[in-house]
Structures are given as structure tokens and as C-alpha cells.
Design a protein around this ligand. Structure first.
Ligand code: PMP
Length: 313
């Protein structure tokens, strides 16, 4: 990891190695953190963050759900992210804002523990392995169910929720597969350990609804917009596991995975076992916008460096 990089800690940029927490930090014991994963892409006009406002908004929604009062405003966090990226000068970046219930009493109710806010930035390529974005990945339906709506709040990106995600991905990797797809508590398809899911069948695109215990992915929302731009319909309705086996195309979306095709599920080959045409079209559009190669027609990019001043004439 780039020890030459800076980390933003409670309002200040500090050396990578100095961004430490005390062992009594509540979050270490009870998963009481909230976080985001955001990407910044190199564009012809410099580094730009994809979905900055949307991700920061979700961080504050997670804080609200978790009864955490963050000591910064959304604007301050947005500026802090840009400041950290400027300090670290990455050509492209993965950004991890993190807020924890910090050092203090070890009672389970951590509402009186101090809150610490961190912003880490790093370089990070294909999340599911080299070539995943073009070749596709092999996955399984997990034997672990996704968190139930009355156990953990799935719309909040709370650290503790990711214990469930770890079981899903660990099981898949133990089986030699890249990722698991979890069913919700009712047995309907939910999502991957860190990705939303889209399915194409007979020209209609389906994605599990919020009610299927998914995280409301920023990439999911962006991809639903692109799908509409391409003239297709997206159905947000529950669907059963076996629809995965009938799919013409399947793909994951997420900040880390971007748009990644799925080529097999439980040993069933999806389509021709390679990236399908709708997946490819959506992917191309997604990357063209993210990398600034086409117009940012929905206003998803935020430049990291201040836009150049145009001299008044
Ligand atoms: N589901 C889960 C469980 C996730 O962790 C993520 C990654 N944040 C996603 C879906 C995709 O969300 P996004 O597109 O906002 O990264």
C-alpha cells in the first residue's frame, strides 16, 4: 500500500502510517462503522470523481439510519475527498470514506463514543480479477441468505453488514468461484457480496428491487438510467433463482466491479458464455462517461481540480 500517500483524518491530512485507531475503538468490536466506496477516473480534463454527491449522500443516509451524528457536512466531505485526491495525485483512484464509533466505552450501545471520519484513497484495478470486465466471471448462488430487513438495515452501508458479505464471498472462493449471489430471506434473488445484479431475458432487463434486501447501488441507479437511454425497459420486481439459469445475459454493477458480465451461475452457462450485446453496450457507455470520452450528459462527474477559470472578456 502506498505509504507515501496521505489519509484524511477528522479534518487533517496525515501520513498513511499515522492514520491509526485505538484498540478500544467501538467499531473494531461491534462493526459500528459506515463507509462508502467511490471511484475517480482519469479523464481528458483531469481526474474526476464518479457519483461523488450520490455516494456522500448515501454516507449521510447510513449515518442517519445508524443514529450517528457526523461532525462534518456533506459539502465538507465532498471537498475533503477532492482535497485528499489532490494530495495523493493518483492517475485513477478508489476512495474509501469511513466513519467509526471510536475509542471509549465498550458497551454495545456506542452512541456516546466519539466519531472519527477518515478518507483513504488508493489505486485499484479490476475488483474481480484481471480481465473480469471483458471475459466475465463464474459465480454461484450462495448458501448464505442476504441480511433480512428486520435484522440489519440493508440500505445502510454499515461495516457490520459486511460480515454477511464476507461469508458469501468466502464460500464462493472456497468453491473456486469468483463471487456468490445471495437470495433474500424469502428465497428471491438479492445481490452479490458487494454488487447489484442485472438480468436480461428476451430483451427485458430485470434487477431485484430495494425490497429484496439490496444496497441501493449508485452504479445500479446510473446503469438503470443508461438502460433507459438505450431504449430498454428495466423491471424492478422480485424474481426467483431459476431465472438466473434462463437468462440471456447477466451482469454485476458496483463501484468496485463497475459493469462486470457473469458467464456462468452454478455451472449453467449464461448466453454464449461470454459478454452479451446489451451488457457490452451498457458497459461501453458507462466507461465512456466515467472516463470523460463522451459527454457527461447526466452530470455524474465532479472534477478533482478546480475547473479552469475562463477569463472574463
Ligand atoms: N451491494 C453491496 C452489498 C455493496 O457493498 C455494493 C458496493 N457499494 C453494491 C451493492 C454496489 O453499490 P455501488 O454501485 O453504490 O458501489
Amino acid at each position: 500500500m502506498g505509504s507515501e500517500h496521505k489519509i484524511w483524518v477528522d479534518g487533517q491530512l496525515v501520513a498513511w502510517d499515522d492514520a491509526t485507531v485505538h484498540v478500544s475503538a467501538h467499531a473494531l468490536h461491534y462493526g459500528s462503522s459506515i463507509f462508502e466506496g467511490i471511484r475517480a477516473y482519469g479523464t481528458p480534463r483531469g481526474l474526476a470523481v464518479l457519483g461523488l454527491k450520490e455516494h456522500t449522500r448515501r454516507l449521510f443516509q447510513s449515518a442517519r439510519i445508524f443514529r450517528m451524528e457526523l461532525p462534518f457536512s456533506e459539502d465538507e466531505v465532498n471537498n475533503a475527498i477532492r482535497e485528499t485526491l489532490r494530495a495523493n495525485n493518483h492517475p485513477s483512484a478508489y476512495i474509501r470514506p469511513l466513519a467509526i464509533r471510536g475509542a471509549g466505552p465498550l458497551g454495545v450501545d456506542g452512541r456516546n463514543n466519539p466519531i472519527n471520519v477518515f478518507i483513504l484513497t488508493m489505486e485499484w484495478g479490476d475488483y474481480l480479477g484481471a480481465g473480469a470486465v471483458t471475459q466475465g466471471v463464474d459465480v454461484m448462488v450462495s448458501s448464505w441468505r442476504r441480511i433480512a430487513p428486520d435484522t440489519h438495515p440493508g440500505l445502510a452501508k454499515i461495516g457490520g453488514n459486511y460480515v454477511n458479505s464476507q461469508f458469501i464471498v468466502m464460500e464462493a472462493r472456497e468453491h473456486g468461484l469468483v463471487e456468490g449471489i445471495a437470495l433474500d430471506i424469502n428465497g428471491m434473488v438479492s445481490e452479490g457480496s458487494g454488487e447489484n445484479l442485472f438480468l436480461v431475458l428476451d430483451g427485458v432487463i430485470h434487477t431485484p428491487p430495494i425490497a429484496s434486501s439490496i444496497l441501493s447501488g449508485v452504479t445500479r441507479r446510473f446503469v438503470m438510467q443508461l438502460i433507459k437511454d438505450h431504449g430498454y425497459e428495466v423491471k424492478q420486481e422480485t424474481f426467483p433463482r431459476e431465472m438466473l439459469y434462463l437468462a440471456d445475459e447477466l451482469f454485476f454493477t458496483g463501484t468496485a466491479v463497475e459493469v462486470t458480465p457473469i458467464r456462468s451461475v452454478d455451472g449453467y452457462t449464461i448466453g454464449k458464455g461470454a459478454r452479451g450485446p446489451i451488457t457490452e453496450a451498457i458497459q461501453q457507455d458507462f466507461f465512456a462517461i466515467a472516463r470523460g470520452e463522451t459527454e457527461d450528459r447526466h452530470g455524474w462527474l465532479t472534477p478533482v481540480h478546480a475547473p479552469e477559470q475562463t477569463p472574463a472578456d
